[in-house]
Design a binder for this molecule. Structure first.
Ligand code: K1U
Ligand code: ZN
Length: 177
């Protein structure tokens, strides 16, 4: 297995629509395993293939505390969603340090294929619902700050640039010591 570099906002690959998976082979299984390792190491609870530069419709999710409930969703789509909306704070490994509240349907039913190409479904609520919707958005080239007002989105982008500058300065200082 291998740790993969995570694509950082505003890389154009995060704004592109990913293409459906057609080949359920060893290469796909290896990418899923590498994505899972990358997600656990980050640490995160989800990761979409375009966040590691692969523009295909696959996401990995594990919201369990023990990190032993990995879900690999290939060609996922939302079959049904609740009318009820909830507002939850979200983060993203492609925008580290940015956390914002986003309103989404509280429950979703997702249909997808597993790594063998078998058709499956998943009823999601709470964190699983938020995370699954966030990851499926990635596959359509949408990041969570796209759900904010233009003003809030600009503020988030400015904060991200500031955090990156601070991180680069700290790394430079550490190098000099
Ligand atoms: O898509 C991503 O970048 C992963 C993202 C998923 C997500 C988290 C929370 C709400 C919506 C979507 C993350 O995992 S960000 C990191 C994070 O929130 C987290 C990290 C460790 C433990 C628990 C949460
Ligand atoms: Zn994300």
């Amino acid at each position: 297995m291998a740790l993969l570099p995570i694509v950082q906002y505003p890389d154009p690959r995060l704004a592109q629509k990913a293409v459906p998976v057609e080949q359920f082979d060893e290469k796909l299984a290896k990418l899923a395993a590498d994505m899972a390792e990358t997600m656990y190491a980050a640490p995160g609870v989800g990761l979409a293939a375009n966040q590691v530069g692969e523009l295909i419709r696959m996401v990995v999710i594990d919201i369990s505390e023990e990190k032993n409930d990995l879900k690999v969703l290939v060609n996922p789509f939302i079959e049904a969603s609740s009318g009820e909306l909830v507002e939850c704070e979200e983060g993203c490994l492609s925008l580290p340090g940015i956390y914002e509240k986003v309103k989404r349907p509280s429950h979703v039913k997702i249909k997808y294929q597993n790594l063998q190409g078998e058709h499956c479904e998943l009823e999601c609520d709470e964190l699983m619902s938020v995370c699954a919707q966030h990851e499926l958005d990635h596959l359509d080239g949408v990041v969570f700050i796209d759900h904010l007002s233009m003003l809030k989105k600009q503020r988030a982008a400015t904060k991200l640039a500031k955090l990156r500058k601070e991180k680069a300065r700290a790394a430079k200082r550490a190098d000099a010591e």
